[in-house]
Design a protein around this ligand. Structure first.
Ligand SMILES: CCCCCCCCCCCCC/C=C/[C@@H](O)[C@H](COP(=O)(O)O)NC(=O)CCCCCCCCCCCCCCC
Length: 246
């Protein structure tokens, strides 16, 4: 049933799809009221990553960072094992917030940030001196790469079953999207964290979804919203030759 509607969207008959989705997503939002005590809510994550795209396809940095802050809440709700990943994410967000403070016009969108930092020679195309604050371009690139991991993981989770091991899904997405950007030490630490991933059913409870169909809808909708953000960001980094900033 779900995949039939999915195909309709791909065939361009998106009106019916959006109506069906809106109703079902509404039901999910209604249900999430029962989870209001929880810090993390995937609908908030979805909201942030949807609203961070402006009408002209620019990435709004404040909203983008709010999406990341939701992800930090999610990691924190999973326990201490994920602390180093959450801490690393927080460090990157704080660098970005530091840039935004007092320069809100220059750092309003990804596009304005890139222009501003390039015009002033603030982007290091060679190794960064230890005492220098990393540029917004370099810092956001790290988050951007991790977003690819998230997109793959959410997609895998949406198409998986209760028999699938979530840690393995994490590891597969990690190998594909992120591992080659990380040192040996970080890769070992990530592999250990993946072993501690809760089973799918528990994960769905954290995400606040009840049943399979709802899980597929919510996860795949979130994955699609993130793909859009990822692709727009990737285009900018590619256009300016900044995909490998050290
Ligand atoms: C909850 C499961 C979390 C799995 C996360 C998968 C990614 C794991 C690798 C993270 C390693 C973090 C350690 C530090 C890495 C840094 O070396 C490295 C490079 O930075 P540098 O160039 O400044 O040195 N930093 C990074 O790559 C930034 C990593 C940011 C990690 C963000 C992970 C977000 C995970 C969000 C999980 C949410 C799942 C939601 C499901 C509904």
């Amino acid at each position: 049933m779900w995949s039939m509607k999915e195909r309709n969207l791909e065939d361009g008959k998106d009106k019916e799809m959006i109506t069906v989705k809106a109703v079902t997503l509404e039901q999910h939002v209604e249900y999430t009221r029962q989870c209001e005590g929880k810090d993390f809510q995937i609908t908030r994550l979805l909201g942030a990553f949807r609203s961070c795209i402006s009408e002209n396809g620019h990435i709004l940095l404040k909203e983008y960072l709010s999406g990341w802050e939701e992800l930090i809440k999610f990691m924190d709700s999973l326990g201490m094992v994920f602390g180093f990943i959450s801490q690393e994410t927080t460090t990157k967000i704080n660098i970005m917030r530091g840039h935004l403070t007092g320069n809100s016009d220059e750092y309003h969108t990804l596009q304005s940030m890139v222009r501003y930092e390039l015009d002033r020679g603030l982007v290091n195309f060679k190794e960064l001196p230890q005492d220098q604050v990393p540029s917004g371009c370099r810092t956001l690139l790290r988050l951007h790469r991790a977003l690819k991991w998230l997109q793959l993981f959410l997609y895998k989770l949406s198409t998986s079953t209760s028999q699938d091991n979530t840690g393995e899904l994490c590891a597969l997405a990690y190998e594909k999207a992120l591992a080659h950007h990380h040192s040996w030490f970080v890769r070992q630490a990530a592999a250990l964290a993946f072993l501690a991933m809760p089973p799918r059913r528990e994960l769905l409870q954290v995400i606040c979804v009840r049943e399979e169909e709802e899980a597929q809808l919510v996860l795949s909708t979130a994955a699609k919203a993130i793909v859009r953000v990822y692709n727009l960001t990737q285009d900018v980094y590619e256009a300016y030759g900044m995909l490998e900033l050290p």
